[in-house]
Ligand binder design. Sequence first.
Ligand SMILES: Cc1cc2nc3c(=O)[nH]c(=O)nc-3n(C[C@H](O)[C@H](O)[C@H](O)COP(=O)(O)O)c2cc1C
Ligand code: SF4
Length: 366
Amino acid sequence: MSNIMMLFEPYSLSGLRLGNRIVRAATYEKMADDDGRVTDRLVELYEELARGGSGLLITGFALVHPSGRAGPKMLSAHAESYIERLKELTDAVHREGGLIALQLVHGGRQCPPLLLGGEQAIAPSEMYDRFTRSNSRAMTEAEIWTVIEAFGDAAWRARSAGFDAVELHGAHGYLISSFLSPYTNRRDDYWGGDEERRSHFAEEVLKSVRSAVGGNYPVIMKVNADDLMEGGITPEESLRQVRRLEQQGLDAVEISGGMKDSRVRTIRPDIHRAEDEAYFKDSGKLFKDALNIPVILTGGMRSRGVMEGVLERGEADLVGMSRPLIREPDLPNLMRDGKERADCISCNKCTRFNKMDYVHCVQLKG
Ligand SMILES: Cc1cc2nc3c(=O)[nH]c(=O)nc-3n(C[C@H](O)[C@H](O)[C@H](O)COP(=O)(O)O)c2cc1C
Ligand code: SF4
């Protein structure tokens, strides 16, 4: 079988039939309205993405509870009244023949207090965050269970709105990730203190989501295979945590890394050579060799040859892209027709959220 065949071969993810191995990784677009409702602009973007040929689209992060708002104009699924507009999004994608998963998040310590009505951000432990320039507050037992339940309720809403899957955002220093990480979880109770206890929050969220959506519905989790910081999670520890989640019914894992404080960034700039691409591929291999569930590898995928190599060497089952699809939503179709490399130059100007009304490729629109 040729390499090209592999990238563009169909793939079954827990019964969900993807047309190819390319996933649009979650990308916050800053295109929802001020309350987090789907806008016409967002529907149009997803129609374009669906026509563009990705096997699965994962939305930008969507809020599960008002205490976890991580960005202005982010999507929300924290109340029943959001279902109707979310359904317009899934209907539009399905009309174009695409599949769509809703990414669910609680922002935890990385939420700017300005977006929380001046309240302190909540997290496993009290800690200073140099990006929000504020201290998070340690969650009470009652708050922890409220958020766990909120994940379940939001997942139920996602299913009701017609999403084909949900992805739990367990990466990048947001709440689930900050419970998993020894750097941000300094508790000494059921929720932290050793590796197993640090996993409990993610496990309880998964249980809550599973009981809300039922057995026959794909639940994916994006994790940090590496926090990329001193005292943070390592690929070996992350793998042990994901194995526990796999035993509890997780359907697939997406590999990423880093948090806002890390020495190396999640969204790495200046990817110019093939060696710079697929920057979590060693973790991909580690995870794939040890797990039975599908592994999605995201981070720096730019050229068809590299993606084909990743699949061929067993470093992933599926490949995720964010920035290249901001610039070229139809990149999968272009690659299927022979394009070798994405136009995205990894300048990261599309991540200057404060300077932009909505996320777009600055190289295209000046
Ligand atoms: C503008 C922008 C918004 C992003 N928003 C999210 C998000 O909502 N959830 C998430 O898990 N990752 C988010 N990411 C990270 C990407 O999913 C991905 O992990 C990272 O950009 C590396 O992949 P890439 O090299 O293909 O861009 C975002 C990235 C960008 C550039
Ligand atoms: S602004 Fe455009 S070229 Fe630069 S990283 Fe974003 S999508 Fe890529």
